[in-house]
Every structure is written in structure tokens, then in C-alpha cells.
Design a protein around this ligand. Sequence first.
Ligand SMILES: Nc1ncnc2c1ncn2[C@@H]1O[C@H](COP(=O)(O)OP(=O)(O)OP(=O)(O)O)[C@@H](O)[C@H]1O
Length: 785
Amino acid sequence: MTPHTFGTDLLRRSLAGTGTDSGPITHLSVIPTRTARFAEWPEWVDDAVREAFIDSGIDRPWIHQAQAAQHAAAGRHVAISTGTASGKSLAYQLPILDAMVRDQRSTALYLAPTKALGADQIRAVTSLIAGRPAFSHLAPCAYDGDTDPEIRHWARMHSRWIFTNPDMLHIGILTGVFAGGGAAGPTRGQWRGFLRNLRYIVVDECHHYRGVFGAHTALVLRRLLRLARACGSDPTVIAASATVADPAAALTRLIGEPAVGVTDDGSPRGERTIALWEPDFVPGVTGENDAPVRRSAGAESARLLADFVIEGARTLCFGRSRRGVEITALGAREALSHSAPDLVDKVAAYRAGYLADDRRRLEQQISEGELVGVATTNALELGVDISGLDAVIIAGYPGTVASFWQQAGRAGRQRTSGDALVVLVARDDPLDTYLVHHPSALLDTPVEAPVFDPRNPYILGPHLLCAATEFPLQDTEIDAWGARDTVDELTAQGLLRRRKAGWYPAAGVDPHGDIDIRGGIGGQILIIDQTTSELLGTVDSGRAPSSVHPGAVHIHQGRSYVVDELDLDDGLALAHPEEPDWTTSARETTEVVITEIIDQATHGPLTVALADVDVTHQVVGYLRTLLSGEVLDAVALDMPRHTLHTRAVLYTLPDDELAALGIDATRLPGALHAAEHAAIGLLPLIATCDRWDIGGLSTSSHPDTGLPTVFVYDGHLGGAGFAERGYTEFATWIAATRDAVRACGCDNGCPSCVQSPKCGNGNDPLDKAGAVQTLSAITGWLSGT
Ligand SMILES: Nc1ncnc2c1ncn2[C@@H]1O[C@H](COP(=O)(O)OP(=O)(O)OP(=O)(O)O)[C@@H](O)[C@H]1O
């Protein structure tokens, strides 16, 4: 029976006639109301700090705020993971402000993955301390890529609380501590005073640090901690996230030092109704190899957005690209123009450049009812404080459970009732299909632990050089970072030298500029808008042929460009702005060579292994797909071959066992290929990656194993930890893959189960039934049955 809640009533009214127990809704559940639990202000809190909070309307802290502040004040690194809008800011503001009032020289560094979030936090602190003499020396200030040189200079001299990001910390702060500091450090020595007095480091939204970005950030934080200690301070790290699994372990991995976690959320919350929604197949429309196509998540969400707006429900609709978001807003406006023309102007797309001011304006327009429905990219996922939002529509699983809850948490921020509806609309994709049919995998499992690998030698090596440039490296540090082999290699290459006081870089080594914290590893290709010469971004040279080949549609901050030319020698991809009606996906051939088996396990006839591999790709063409999912055409290309040294999880199965299941030599390639595709689609369930971070290969007989073999490999040089997670969680991953394929309602395979948008072989051959049989057999062997 459907419960009566704010959310179910809204759904029922919006879908009058369809009912909420049937049709596209695959699951409906209610998270009940929670009341606030308060603590007293800790005894050590200075009167001036307490008064500032009380005057801002906060009479007492919630229990988790007091607990986290207590740990931090006692000098324990602490990670707080409580819901969205649970006042995590206060948990770090409290110990920081207190330290600053007690010792006027104390400093703090706040790190956020986005500049906009840092700007929000400065605003919050500035308004909290405004007009209070006890805090007049703080001068909270941003220090990032957008900060003017004069303000940077002023900040270095005067600010006690700097708001920055890992990129600027790496290139603009750590280089300016000691005289050595890296030849790149124009601010040489100027940060020393700040670091000498550094009491706290805040790592906000710490679940963002995953994959290659996570590994880089982990090493930047370790470099920060060692430099601070070399300057004479011993800062405490406070990490915060609404959505990180086992926060103590996550922070420990990030900084390489023990940390404690706080998870008992004392903040109040309204009742939240969650609906999972699977769009129907569109009659008469077919995609690749005549597979059926579902209604797009964007079109379905547009219809829901219009319905909610008619019901007066203030709604945010999250989409994955700016273009998708604009189409959703247009679709909703179009629907309203027929049924409720006076509401057309109440719907907008959030398409500004992710600036804090744009967000403020939008928050205000929604609060005042000027806008009722807004379609937005994940730009509004972090740091938005819109009170009274009634509903959130998520058009397509956003990639991680963490992001899902971040987006879901935007609704119901009204303290008085806070009731809200969240609808996840599935895309035509195996992971989305799995989740809407297995709600507990989304709603009942803890969010995934961020996956990253700070020991990847291709990432670790350059950071060791940076560290040695900043301050001589010590043997104890090398051991703590697990870096002995990499140091030996750098020494053999003549890049590091051992002297009495530690390890130093060789003369002329200037490593900072070679590291791209958000990008990949190795050479970078610059993507340029050739009509304006604007730099749109960078891509790993290894990935360039498949992502920025001539004719590729490239999305940058939601805007669309088409690539005209890729010059791998000069490191340039030249593009022009264009909004075609299609997306592109590269077709490529792949070969895998096993270079070393790291670990392996045998389960009856099944062998599962983790291995170092060389993956060689060649892009041979690309497919153009209309936004409806319909395939327009295939275009041939001839791009150079490229080899990636990385890590893979692989499994082998003997032919005779498969033949006994009815999968003979004619069916084998299709069964393995389909099983591989679905497994790639499902790996993000257990490893915080995107399916574009990984690749795969299946073959009826691999030269290195002599057996039918399936590989799933990391798309990053040296591996980002994703394949390793696939290896350790193999049983969970493969069982979920089998369930996803089995749950899909199509006959012979479609994008919701075994077709892949980036298949190098045009999704041919694929044997859906064979994949289910193979995956079922694997789960049986794994459990010993
Ligand atoms: N102890 C408290 N009592 C009452 N209100 C509080 C308390 N602590 C914080 N708040 C209020 O709760 C709201 C949310 O706080 P804040 O933005 O810090 O949450 P958050 O957890 O950082 O949010 P996000 O999910 O966006 O990261 C703010 O309006 C803040 O003033």
C-alpha cells in the first residue's frame, strides 16, 4: 500500500490517472522525520565565539558538531560525515575561531574542490564575525586562480584564514615556504609565517577526492603536513562530507595519518519520499543493431518537472550536461505552454558560469517564488542553501551514491517541515537499470569509499620530486609514503640525490608545473576553441584519440564544441562551438598484454587475477547518435596506435565448462563481450569511478592465458585503484552485474544492460542470455556451489 506522505501526495496529484504503484515507478519509500539532538557548548569555547554563534541564531550545537569540534580541539584529525544541511561548517568554525581568538597568530587553511564553495564559506564566516572586535585580525580571504596578484600579496601578509583549493596549494603555496621552494615559486619564503602558525586544515566535501584527483590531493596534503611540521607547527585536519563511507578511514587514507570519525547526526530533518523511475521503451525507435531505446531521462524529467510546477512544488531537476539541462527546461516550458501558459516563465535552466553570485540570485528567485522549477547541472550540488525546496528530480544516476545523496539533500531544507520528494529517473544504462530494480543498493548501502591510489608510481614520482624540492625528503617520510621503490627509480634516473640531510632534487629539476592535479598523468593535450583561442581544458594524450578525435563532440562546462583537428605532436585539439543534435562515441580496437600478475585466486574452473597490463588502442572511427538514442551513422577514422601501462582485473574460464552451459564456440564471443560491457557499467557501483575511467576486453582465447578471458582495466597510467577495487570486491560486482542484465526487460540486449556507448566493435557480437549464464556460473563458482 502506498503511504500518505507529502511526496506520495505530490506524485499522485502530478500523475493523476496513472497511479503511483504502477507504471514507471519501480520503488517508493519514505525516510521518516528526525528531531534535533543538542549538546551544550564545549567548556573551552571562548565567550566571543559562543556569542557570535548565538547572535547568528544558533543557540546550541547539535551533538555531532560538538563531538567533531571536541576531537579537533584535542588535536585529533577528525572527519565528520553527517547529512546535507547538518551544519558541518559550524563543526570546523568553532575550533578554528576559538584558536584564533586565543592566539592571534594562529592560522587556518580551508580547501574545497570548487572555488564557488570556498566563496560561500568565506561569505558565511565573514557574516558570522562582522563587527566583532575579537575577530578583526582574521581577514578571511580567497587564494585561488581567480585572486588578483595584489590581493594575493595582501592575503599572504595579513590573512589568518585562507580559502583555497588543492591546485593552488600545490603550485602557489607549497612552493613558497622555503628558499628552495621549487624554481616555480615566485612567493619563495612568503608562506613560512603562515605555515609556522597553522593550527587547522579543513578538507571540505572530501568525497570529491577520488581517482587521479584523489591521489594527487592525498600527496599534496602529505606535502602540506610535512612542510608545516618543518616550519614548527602541527596542524589538525578536519574533513567534512555529507556522503563519505567510513569517514575516519577515508581521511586516514587521504592524509596517511590516523583520524577519527563523527557520524551520529543530531540535526533535524523532514520526511523524505524517494521514488525510483524507469522510463518505458519508445515504440518504433531503434538504436544500434536495432536494439530498443527507452524514453530519455531528460525528456521524462521535463514532463515531471512541468507536472510538479503545476502543483506549485518548488523543484530542482539535476541533469548531467548543460545541454541536457537546457533541453529539459525547454521541454518543461513547452509542456507548460499547452497546459498552464502562465507558468512557462516559472521554469528556467541554470546555465551561468557556476559563480557564487549566480547561485545567490537563483536561490533568491526560488525563495521568492519568481522561479518554481529549475533544471541544473551538478553546479548546484554543493553549497546551495535554498530553503523550502519541495522536490528534486535526478535525471540519470549521477555516478556515485555520494552525489545522489548530495543532490537529494537539496530538497527539504526548510527547518519547520522539511518534507520533500526525490525522484531518480533512470537513463538507458546498465547501472541505472540495476539501481532502479535494486533500490537497496542505492538507498540502504553506505556511500562508497572514495577510491584512489596515492602509491601509483606515475603520480607518486612527480610528487616526491616536488616534496624534495620544497624541503629535503627524509627516509622516515619515504617509508611512510610507501615510496622506497619509486625513490630508487628516481635516483637511478638521476632526478633525486641522497645527501647527509636527506634527499634532494638534481640540479635543474623543476617538477611542479608538470603535474596536472585534476587531469591525468603524462603528456597533456590542450583543447582550444579556435574561434576565440580560449583554452577549454586538457585531456591525457593517451585518451585524446578516443575523446577529442576529429568530429568528436566535446562538452565543456555544459557548452558544446566540435573538434576540427587533433595534433598529437603539438599537443593540441582545435575545436569550434557548435550544438549538433548528436553525440559521438569513438570506435577502437584494443589489445591487452599481461606484464605481471600481482595476485590471483582460483575458484574451481574460474581464475580471477589482478595484473599489470599494457593496453594498446587504435581509434578506427566514431558513431554519431541522436539525442533520442537513435544512431545516425558511423564515420571511419585512422588514428595512431597508443599503449597505456596500467592495471587490470581479469578472469579466465575454460571452454569446456562454458560449453557444458550451452555456450559453445559460436556463442562464446557474444556472451563474454556482453558480460564485459555490463561489468564495466556496474564497476562504478563499488569503485567511485565513471565508466569512462575504465575499459575492457573480452576474447575467446587470449595469447597470455590460452583461455577465454575478460579484462577490465583502469584507463589511467599506472592505475587509479579502480581495477584493484574490482578485484577485491569481485563477488559483489559480478553478482550485481548478473542481476542488472537479468532485470532488464529487453529481449536481446540494449543500452540499459549489455550495450556500451563506447564499444570499439559497434556492440557486436552481444549475447545477453549467454552473459547471464556466464555471470551466474561465475557467482556459483565463487560461492563454491
Ligand atoms: N546547531 C544549530 N542549530 C540550528 N541551526 C543550525 C545549527 N547549526 C547549523 N545550523 C543552520 O543549518 C543550516 C545548514 O548549515 P550548513 O550550511 O553549515 O550545513 P552543511 O552541513 O555545511 O551543508 P551542506 O550540506 O551544504 O554541506 C544553516 O542555515 C545553519 O545556520
